[in-house]
Design a protein around this ligand. Structure first.
Ligand SMILES: Nc1ncnc2c1ncn2[C@@H]1O[C@H](COP(=O)(O)OP(=O)(O)OP(=O)(O)O)[C@@H](O)[C@H]1O
Length: 736
């Protein structure tokens, strides 16, 4: 079964004109529902392009129609153990959030609230049909991917860890580690939780959409059906992707631009994945963005529905064509429709009370945990896994006479316009003690044996940690260490990102672009929480900008004569005159005034944000610069041995005399911006190499953008003296 792709054209909004409509829906067969989108060729309007999808919904489509046709038919499959994923894709302002979330009025509710409503309704039916033997519980997890970091939307933004939550793959599924899960018993619970969580989502106004989503939002609805000691878990995911945007049209400020770059990158990776799958490439670049790792198109099992949201307007012409192109390729992606298996487990713990305090984090589970495992092996062999949710599914050990085949209801589930699809899984069979009597004849000894076996299995499943029992302490320890490493790796990323903002702030300030510098400092704040000096720096800059504004205002109010205007123009702005800006890489000639060297300043950690901040003297307007925090020591005092050793061929590391061959060789490699070459330097891994290249790319090209000496190299975020020493020694070894 392939990904089902349907397009939805949004209606015109106030101020949008009918004459600007260029996109229309059509049917390829008379009398059949629409399945074609038509749009003119931008180069020759007399010509039209057409794109065929599994369904096309025109401007007049209601929320109910879309849900009833595209999502409701899969509720049954969800309860049969299939995962269902619906995601909205499209340019900013085309109606993705409207489609997924919708409005508050009943008729305007989007797919998500309707999905929950459908799940509760079906859950009640399942319970009733089983004579109250099957209980159905629903839990929610909700997270966003913002600037390629995963944040739990049930967590207030101020409580988030800056590095976000790590993600991991297991049994063909992608998990967010440490995501909270919330019991959600009915629609009232859902509304409360959903509204609360949406307030935590990153949204902002752009000129294309007053409430634009700046993140990809993923809601996961876990449906757990329990009957005795058997559990069947399946998940419905509803994903509202952030929209791609052309920043020439958005008037985005710097903050929006940073978000936008991240959104566009992840969407680009998504389209690259779709292309790669279409080409049959061996390597699909899923791992290049968190969003694509989570979507895992073509890798995941279950049912996938992609809704392409379109704006009908000419102003979106090229964007619309581009998203039509991507989505029409997506419909060729094959997804395996494989149900999750029933697992024998302990009875589910009572769900926590539905209050804000019930928010619990899932503990990290050992890899061998058996919950919700996929029948991957079966999938690979092309076999369908056992479909029934029944006590009597234990086929492998049957030694007696073959059991009479259990009659299956012929419930082939068809999608509205996919009548030719394979037969769908049968209705879930429920434990039926009567069925035992009416089935094949089984001796009482056999029954005893079966009961005994079931009891053993149930007991085994009730061991406190059956999965970890199989894991040695050593494996468990290594697993935890790995987990920590992943998390600290992400923390490292966040720190590097914060440092980049600081660096950009410094560069703007050097160019006297105070407002931009202020924006960058503000962007750095979340990465260095509690750094009072950074806040003071921001206050200082704000005061300076305000003083500048006041100056301008009083100047224009007073209309001074030419002479006094001249005087004003040469007067320093604010309390102090700005020092002349150094070039962005310049290391100050003088040791910074009043700067104290703290113990351990030799460490690479000198270059973390807090060290920079500690070294900052915000009285000095230019002191909050991104420079090596280690003060120059008076010549008389000998530097530590190692530092002297590596720079021994430098007459003076801070002077700009011609570098020695070794230094030149090292700098040539660095300035090549070639990740492969930089990676080859001793002690520089792939990540550092990439960060270094990214850093160099940020440099002002007018200034050459190159690193000119070792001191500048040391000052690069993420490097530091030790790393440079190692790289230098490596070069020495090469040249000798
Ligand atoms: N089918 C529709 N019926 C009525 N209004 C709609 C419809 N689709 C979208 N809109 C309106 O269009 C505007 C933009 O929609 P929405 O915010 O859902 O876009 P989006 O694709 O999610 O944008 P972004 O990617 O920027 O978040 C909103 O005011 C929304 O109410």
């Amino acid at each position: 079964m392939s990904v089902r792709v349907v397009a939805r054209i949004r209606p015109l909004l106030a101020k949008e004109l009918d004459k600007d409509t260029i996109v229309r829906a059509e049917s390829s067969q008379e009398g059949k529902p629409n399945n074609v989108v038509r749009i003119p060729n931008p180069k020759n309007e007399a010509e039209e392009f057409s794109f065929t999808f599994n369904g096309v919904y025109d401007m007049g489509t209601t929320q109910e129609e879309l849900f009833t046709n595209e999502v409701a038919p899969h509720l049954k499959s969800l309860f049969q153990g299939l995962d269902v994923m619906v995601f909205a894709y499209g340019v900013t302002g085309t109606g993705k959030t409207h489609t997924m979330r919708g409005g508050l009025k009943l008729s305007e509710r989007g797919i998500i609230p309707r999905l929950l409503s459908g799940i509760y309704r079906r859950g009640r039916k399942v319970t009733k049909d089983s004579g109250d033997e099957t209980t159905v519980t629903v839990t929610l997890s909700y997270y966003e991917i913002y600037n390629d970091k995963v944040y739990d939307l049930f967590e207030a933004p101020e409580k988030r860890s800056l590095a976000g939550l790590p993600i991991r793959e297991k049994d063909g599924k992608t998990f967010v580690v440490g995501l909270s899960e919330h019991a959600c018993d009915d629609l009232k619970d859902f509304e409360r939780l959903y509204i609360e969580a949406n307030n935590n989502r990153s949204t902002a106004g752009t000129s294309l959409n007053a409430q634009s989503s700046r993140s990809h939002a993923i809601l996961m609805v876990k449906v757990t059906q329990t009957n005795g000691d058997e559990t069947l878990i399946s998940t419905a995911s509803a994903i509202d992707l952030a929209g791609s945007e052309d920043n020439r049209r958005t008037d985005n400020n710097k903050e929006r631009l940073v978000e936008s770059a991240s959104i566009n990158k992840s969407l680009f990776v998504l389209s690259s994945c779709i292309d790669a799958i279409g080409r049959g490439d061996k390597r699909i670049p899923f791992r290049e963005s968190k969003m694509t790792r989570i979507l895992s198109l073509g890798q995941n099992n279950g049912i996938t529905i992609m809704i392409l949201n379109l704006a009908p307007l000419r102003s979106y012409h090229l964007d619309t064509l581009s998203s039509l192109n991507v989505s029409s390729r997506a419909k060729r992606i094959e997804v395996r429709e494989i149900e999750n298996e029933v697992v024998f487990t302990q009875p589910p713990r009572k769900t926590a009370p539905l209050s804000g305090t019930s928010m619990t984090r899932q503990p990290l589970r050992p890899l061998a945990n058996a919950h919700n495992t996929h029948a991957n092996a079966a999938a690979q062999k092309g076999d369908k896994p056992a479909k029934s949710f029944s006590v009597y599914t234990d086929k492998s050990k049957t030694t007696g006479p073959p059991r009479a085949p259990v009659p299956r209801a012929n419930t082939t589930s068809k999608r509205p316009s996919d009548s030719s699809q394979n037969a769908r899984p049968t209705k879930m069979a429920r434990p039926n003690p009567a069925g035992l009597r009416s089935g094949v004849e089984i001796s009482s000894a056999k029954i005893e044996e079966m009961v005994e076996r079931k009891v053993q299995e149930a007991l085994a499943a009730r061991q406190p940690a059956p999965a970890s029992a199989g894991l040695s302490d050593e494996v468990q320890r290594r697993l935890e260490a790995l987990e920590k490493k992943i998390e600290s790796g992400e923390a490292e990323d966040a720190r590097a990102e914060g440092l980049r903002f600081l660096l950009m702030a410094k560069q703007h300030k050097d160019r006297s672009e105070d407002s931009s510098a202020l924006k960058m400092y503000e962007l750095a704040v979340p990465f260095f929480p509690g750094q009072e000096k950074l806040h003071k720096k921001i206050e200082h800059l704000k005061a300076k900008i305000q003083a500048k504004k006041d100056e301008m205002a009083s100047r224009s109010a007073g209309q001074p004569d030419a002479e006094s205007r001249k005087g004003l123009a040469t007067m320093p702005i604010g309390a102090r005159a700005l020092p002349s800006p150094p070039t962005s890489f310049e290391v100050p000639d003088e040791a910074p005034k009043q700067r104290k060297v703290k113990g351990g300043a030799e460490s690479d950690d000198d270059f973390n944000g807090s060290a920079v901040l500690q070294a900052d003297d915000y009285e000095d307007d230019d002191s909050f610069s991104y420079r090596a925090t280690k003060a120059k020591k008076p010549k008389a005092k000998a530097a530590p041995k190692s530092a002297l050793r590596i720079f021994s061929d430098e007459a003076d590391a801070n002077s700009f005399e011609p570098p020695t061959p070794r230094t030149r060789h090292l700098l040539d490699i660095v300035n090549s911006r070639n990740v492969a070459m930089i990676k080859g330097l001793s002690g520089v891994g792939a990540k550092r190499a990439r960060d270094l290249v990214e850093f160099l790319e940020l440099q002002n090209e007018d200034e050459g953008g190159n690193i000119r000496n070792l001191q500048q190299l040391i000052a690069v975020p993420g490097l530091g003296k030790r790393s440079v020493e190692r790289a230098y020694e490596g070069i020495t070894a090469l040249l000798v």
